[in-house]
Design a protein around this ligand. Structure first.
Ligand SMILES: CC(C)(COP(=O)(O)OP(=O)(O)OC[C@H]1O[C@@H](n2cnc3c(N)ncnc32)[C@H](O)[C@@H]1OP(=O)(O)O)[C@@H](O)C(=O)NCCC(=O)NCCS
Length: 198
């Protein structure tokens, strides 16, 4: 199996693994499919997603989202660049997105991020999905830690992160630009160690 060496420990490369489905019995994360296009389109246009996530470019229409889904997630996985997952509840349609990006094999680290459609918020789905993608990062990829950066005033994601074991690691003034207003957000840096995931 191809691996990346780092301080005697190894991180598995995405390209050596199939895209798994992980579930806690209620919430699952799975390979993004073209049929998730309506959700991805809505997410790319959602004001909160655009406010608190950098580089979100709204898809033009559902056909464009469908093309993006058919091409981009698989290509980034194959190039060891990003692990993208759709979030589903039960056997329903996708309700959001969870990802590991900024994969750093030498550090055995990555950055986790998540968004949900408004109708899936405030239902504990976020904690489940974030937990599942972090479980994949630790058990599937062999990460030693996972970072998360939340806008200072984005309390929901900070509360969700803390609830599954992320601990505050720093403060980064002007770290990223809102995709909606292009103003700079100060960010709270939190980090998760495998033993703290709960
Ligand atoms: C981030 C996101 C997935 C969180 O999921 P969510 O379902 O909305 O989260 P919730 O509404 O359940 O809020 C989580 C917790 O924060 C608490 N909370 C919300 N606003 C709060 C505030 N201003 N102060 C303190 N706590 C707050 C909630 O009460 C809840 O606590 P509980 O689980 O103990 O009830 C969702 O808000 C989203 O998609 N946001 C847009 C994209 C985004 O910001 N992604 C993160 C990028 S880092």
């Amino acid at each position: 199996m191809a691996t990346a060496q780092g301080k005697g420990l190894v991180m598995r490369l995405l390209s050596t693994l199939p895209v798994p489905t992980l579930t806690d019995g209620q919430v699952s994360i799975r390979r993004p499919e073209a049929d998730d296009a309506a959700t991805v389109l809505a997410g790319s246009r959602d004001p909160l997603v655009r406010e608190f996530m950098q580089g979100v470019i709204p898809h033009q229409d559902e056909a464009a989202a469908r093309r993006w889904l058919a091409e981009v997630p698989g290509a980034l996985w194959a190039r060891d660049r990003a692990a993208y997952f759709s979030v589903v509840v039960g056997d329903g349609p996708s309700v959001g997105w969870a990802e590991l990006v900024d994969l750093r094999p030498a550090e055995r680290a990555a950055e986790a991020s998540i968004w949900l459609l408004p109708e899936a918020r405030s239902l504990k789905v976020a904690a489940s999905a974030l937990r599942l993608i972090c479980r994949f990062g630790f058990d599937g990829l062999g990460l030693g830690h996972i970072d998360a950066y939340a806008a200072r005033d984005n309390m929901p994601v900070q509360v969700v992160g803390a609830s599954i074991g992320f601990r505050r690691a720093g403060y980064r003034p002007g770290l990223f630009r809102s995709s909606r207003t292009h103003t700079l957000h100060d960010a709270v840096h939190a980090t998760l160690q495998p033993a703290d995931l709960c």
